[in-house]
Design a protein around this ligand. Sequence first.
Ligand code: K1U
Ligand code: ZN
Length: 182
Amino acid sequence: MSLRRILTVDNAADMAVLKQISTPVEGGVTDDLRRLMDDMLETMYAAPGIGLAAVQVGEPKQIIVMDLGDREGAEDGDDEGRRNPRYLINPEIVWSSEELASYEEGCLSVPEIYDDVQRPARVKIRYLNYAGEAVEEDASGLFAVCIQHEMDHLKGVLFIDHLSRLKRERAIKKVEKAARAA
Ligand code: K1U
Ligand code: ZN
């Protein structure tokens, strides 16, 4: 397994990739894809983060990894350090609740920026897992937040795109300034 570089919004070339629409995985879950997912999970743990879309490591494919640890379904995060990795290939949201919930989101591609985003409180999702099996699952709490955030990445949408233009531009400037200082 190896660590991949996470693309960030302060870099114009990275931003162009982050804005791409990810393509569905065709022909099943191969060993090459499993290697990519293993690398993504290791990269996500090292960051650290709770989710990562393949496009964030420069691979615009419909693949997400996630590990909420013990935060499953929780309204706010209180990590107890247990691992519960998830691998989602070609994920689809097949139902969304009308009820909305707000959560202060972050993103490894927009480091050190956090802001409230409102999304459907509950969703039903369908995806292929690491073994290539079809799974249907109900998501609520942080799981619902994270899956919707990661599925936005597959459409080239960042959480800051849900904010006002002023807040989005300020966020990007802040990341650029931090990158120059580093
Ligand atoms: O960049 C990403 O897509 C990952 C992102 C996922 C996410 C976080 C919060 C709300 C929605 C989606 C992150 O993991 S940001 C880092 C983070 O939230 C975190 C890091 C360590 C411990 C706990 C949380
Ligand atoms: Zn993100």
